[in-house]
Design a protein. Structure first.
Length: 151
């Protein structure tokens, strides 16, 4: 049976927070605009992420949110390495169009642990990250999120 802290333990923990310097406390990141352009670079398991993401953006931002800023650059069963290749045919190409995006959501087709050995995932993840950082957001640098649908 899981242990639940008693009232005294909780109150002691809260009291101890006053002794923690303010700089050590976590800060809430600055609010971001809800019109950031996001590109999902992945495989078939990434395809289903687009619609819930758009719904969440709409729910959080209300009328100010524009969920049409989420694009999908996916190929079923593809690896990061495959999507990096120049001959990868995609309607929306995250690699060539990175300047249009503020955030790159990147994923691998198999567990990352296995893909490092067989697909050079560590090498290609870094290449994707560097591309987003250098060319994303019109050359000002886009953030990269590594989304692992399995580990």
């Amino acid at each position: 049976m899981p242990h639940s802290p008693d009232r005294r333990t909780v109150l002691a923990g809260l009291a101890a927070l006053s002794a923690v310097p303010k700089v050590a406390l976590a800060r809430t990141p600055a609010e971001r605009p809800l019109d950031q352009r996001v590109v999902l670079s992945g495989h078939s398991l990434t395809d289903s992420v687009e619609w819930p993401l758009k719904a969440m953006v709409g729910a959080v931002g209300g009328p100010a949110a524009d969920s049409d800023y989420i694009d999908r650059s996916t190929t079923p069963g593809s690896t990061m390495k495959y999507r990096w290749q120049p001959e990868s045919p995609m309607d929306i190409d995250a690699k060539r169009g990175m300047a249009k995006y503020d955030t790159l959501v990147l994923t691998e087709r198999v567990p990352v642990r296995s893909a490092i050995m067989w697909e050079e995932t560590d090498k290609y993840a870094l290449m994707w990250f560097e591309l987003a950082w250098k060319n994303g957001k019109g050359g000002r640098g886009a953030e990269t999120v590594l989304y692992a649908s399995w580990v």
